[in-house]
Unconditional design. Structure first.
Ligand SMILES: CCCCCCCCCCCC(=O)SCCNC(=O)CCNC(=O)[C@H](O)C(C)(C)COP(=O)(O)OP(=O)(O)OC[C@H]1O[C@@H](n2cnc3c(N)ncnc32)[C@H](O)[C@@H]1OP(=O)(O)O
Length: 238
């Protein structure tokens, strides 16, 4: 397993240290990171191909994923922000956390969504910079991918929402550089609350690594998010 990680580090050039002087060019902005890259192992490619096949009849859709939120997306969220100019500035500079590490060493993933079944699936290969216990993924890295996949499921089925509650049972440790499948589904909706759950399994589905339940709360357009405030930032400004 560790040999597989070392090979991956060499392939991606991560052992050469971080790249410096990267600019915010449009090339960087528009790279879709949910497509195969040289760091993906055979399992990851196989699963990706299987889901692409399932997407051919339109029942599943691959979700593109970028390091930077496209500023066009500001339209989706600006109703919640009193200072749209500041939001635009922040969105153009800030990076999406699961995309912030170098290729192959951190979070390699692709998500697919099924609108009919209200399900989101994430295929995830956790790289060598996500180590917790020796040889295994850090629990926080697993939680990050669980939260991100549950979040996509909640947002795509219910609209703009944030995680209010997340419970995870870690059943088995996930080997570093292995591929797991996160299966999410919307269980029910109560008012603004979206209840979304998931399990994390091995590719052959035989090993259950983790299970999670969550509550997402759809943002209330009557409340605003003040991104400059350091204390309570999501308040009723009316
Ligand atoms: C474009 C980008 C794409 C990008 C897509 C990328 C996807 C990434 C997804 C990652 C998601 C995240 O990490 S989000 C980051 C982590 N989460 C946060 O920072 C959220 C911090 N919390 C908050 O801001 C707030 O508490 C909210 C928004 C969650 C809720 O505030 P609110 O809107 O004022 O809600 P409030 O009126 O209090 O309650 C509404 C209802 O929800 C219930 N409720 C409230 N909090 C909880 C709770 N913790 N657990 C259970 N239930 C709760 C209340 O009882 C009530 O039920 P009833 O009386 O109606 O029955």
């Amino acid at each position: 397993m560790l040999r597989r990680c070392a090979r991956l580090l060499r392939t991606t050039g991560a052992l050469c240290g971080p790249k410096r002087g990267r600019s915010f060019s449009s090339e960087v902005l528009h790279v879709d990171h949910s497509l195969p890259n040289p760091s993906w192992n055979e399992d990851m490619r196989l699963l990706f191909d299987q889901f692409m096949k399932k997407s051919e009849d339109g029942s599943w859709k691959r979700l593109p994923s970028y390091k930077y939120n496209p500023t066009e997306r500001i339209e989706d969220v600006k109703i919640f922000f009193p200072d749209a100019k500041l939001l635009k500035e922040q969105m153009s500079q800030a990076q999406l956390f699961p995309r912030s590490l170098g290729e192959g060493v951190g979070f390699e993933y692709a998500m697919f969504h099924n609108h009919v079944e209200d399900r989101t699936v994430c295929i995830f290969q956790g790289g060598p910079h996500l180590q917790g216990a020796p040889g295994f993924l850090h629990g926080g890295a697993i939680a990050t991918m669980i939260d991100s996949t549950l979040g996509m499921c909640a947002i795509l089925t219910g609209g703009i929402a944030m995680t209010a509650n997340l419970n995870i049972n870690f059943r088995r440790p996930i080997p570093l550089c292995s591929v797991v499948v996160i299966n999410c589904q919307l269980d029910r909706v109560e008012g603004r609350k979206l209840f979304v759950s998931c399990n994390v399994r091995s590719m052959d589905e035989k090993t259950l690594y983790s299970e999670a339940t969550s509550t997402f709360v759809k943002l209330d357009p009557k409340k605003k998010i003040d991104i400059r405030a350091s204390g309570a930032f999501y308040t009723n400004l009316q």
